[in-house]
Design a protein around this ligand. Sequence first.
Ligand code: OGA
Ligand code: MN
Length: 306
Amino acid sequence: MNQLKDLEIIPTRKALGAEVKGIDFSLPLPENIRSFLVEQWSKHLVLLFRNQELTQEQHINATKVFGEIQISAAKAYHTAAREKEVMTADYPEISVVHNLDKNGNPVMNNNSLGSGEVYWHSDNSYIETPPSGSMLYARIIPPHGGNTCFSNQYLAYETLPNNILKVIEGKTAIHDSSRDGANVARPGVKVPTNISEVLGPHHPIVQIHPLTRKKALYLGRRRKYPSQYIDGITEEESTQILDFLWNHATKQEFVWCHNWKVGDLLFWDNRCTMHYRAAHDKHYKRVLHRILIKGEKPIPSNKPKA
Ligand code: OGA
Ligand code: MN
């Protein structure tokens, strides 16, 4: 374990993702393995490590292999609204993604992500400096359903038609912070009733990945209208273009879905992928632990020369 000669990289043969065999994050990791894993992360965008048996500390240490930890922005909303999260881990670095009520019973809706669909998004894109990566570790998984799907946003960018590229390159869009991935309003937040009430950072629609220097489409999140819009064009045009972009960015040909088992550790890049979770039977518990890695402000790609 944890030596270059033991490592095996098994690409999904879909648009992104690879399983890495030969790593045990409960054991020390030599520096050459660390840099190798960072390279593989840049190459495959999502890495899967199976059969990890990790304490919360070991999960934190596994995440630190790839960078510095960032605390999820969702926590601040709970604190500000003086609303307790239903379930917390022993460390603030860890967010618990679960479908339990305060008695520990599985339910459809709660103040985590519940049992329903979690719409396509990139983690914490609703803050100025979104996390570069997310490390999600499966502790309790239902017998079926609840797959997490990822979409390759380099490919989404590279396959855009020219007329759309001309409009979006060099432009920004707002990333609506009012509702979470389950479309639930964040604690203490008013859901916008018109476009001028939408709050959130304005990020470049096309961003340059700081490691690979490749361009990726960066849509982040869009909820029920009024929500995301593109700056500097009419609202009508923005809606049309966003409809096109969201449909394009989540096409099957760019997607790979992961079917979870307990002990799976999935590590993805938020700058060049989006993810989605399918619904699952609300009668079964589902509990995962998530840790984020600090990123930098998204780097805009330049407007093309006229
Ligand atoms: C997340 C997320 C989906 C899932 O933790 O950021 O989107 O599969 N989770 O639970
Ligand atoms: Mn997410």
